[in-house]
Write a protein that binds this ligand. Structure first.
Ligand code: DC
Length: 241
């Protein structure tokens, strides 16, 4: 069966990566978490003291440092997930904290950062058979992806999901603090100049406010079945003529 490219975009904490991971496992595709790439770069700049909370980054230093940043994924057969590496450090866990979350939108709006990440994402996905989630995958990174999803959910539901994720890691914040961070990131991601978060014209909207993980997976697998069937029928018809 021919492999396709699946692009999943949407707002923060919509469950994009949960769905993307489940799809990748089911289809035996690779999963690329592009948000993790921007988080890893942000973590690097925080570690190097180039950005501090809400400060304008030192651009000449940042651009110089960017040349030395290598972000990649390595499959961990024990956890059965691709983990994020920054140069040779496994940063899968440290990039999920609030300090990175508070600075990542700013860093991901820098043109040179995006260019470097997008080039790397296109390289990773060039053979298809990939599920990639982020903000600009269907609109910019893979505009010809066969399946594009745009995920959304009620803000309070997303806040609660993010709050649960943070507290499961021992990071405790109030509902309002987390909600403010989500709303700020959504605003910055949709209003930036470079590849903002937008719904690609041909993307299918998936609002999962009231949907469980299994229901979402089932819905998308059915879309893929229909898509592949149409592709096969198209190939059969073009062969006949
Ligand atoms: O998906 P996430 O919350 O881990 O993403 C972290 C941030 O990275 C998000 O606030 C916006 C940015 N991002 C982006 O600009 N483009 C992408 N393709 C993925 C993420």
């Amino acid at each position: 069966m021919s492999k396709i490219t699946i692009a999943i975009d949407g707002y923060s904490s919509c469950g994009k990566s949960t769905l993307a991971k489940a799809l990748a496992q089911k289809l035996n595709y690779s999963y690329i978490d592009t948000g993790a790439m921007y988080r890893a770069v942000t973590y690097h700049f925080i570690k190097k003291g180039i950005i501090q909370n809400n400060n304008i980054p030192d651009m000449p230093r940042l651009l110089e440092e960017l040349k030395h940043v290598v972000v990649y994924f390595q499959y961990n057969s024990q956890t059965r997930v691709s983990e994020t590496y920054l140069n040779d450090e496994n940063v899968e866990r440290v990039i999920r904290g609030m300090d990175v979350a508070q600075n990542v939108s700013k860093i991901s709006s820098i043109k040179e950062v995006r260019e470097k990440m997008v080039a790397s994402q296109r390289e990773m996905g060039k053979h298809k058979g990939v599920v990639m989630d982020g903000r600009d995958i269907g609109s910019h990174v893979f505009p010809n992806a066969e399946l594009k999803l745009f995920m959304t959910a009620d803000t309070d539901v997303r806040t609660q999901r993010r709050l649960n994720e943070l507290s499961s890691k021992g990071e405790y914040y109030t509902f309002e603090e987390v909600k403010q961070n989500l709303e700020k990131r959504d605003y910055e991601d949709t209003h930036r100049k470079e590849n903002p978060l937008i719904k690609a014209k041909d993307a299918i909207v998936l609002d999962n406010t009231d949907l469980g993980k299994e229901e979402q997976l089932e819905f998308v697998l059915k879309l893929i079945d229909d898509l592949l069937l149409t592709q096969d029928e198209f190939k059969a018809v073009t062969k006949l003529h």
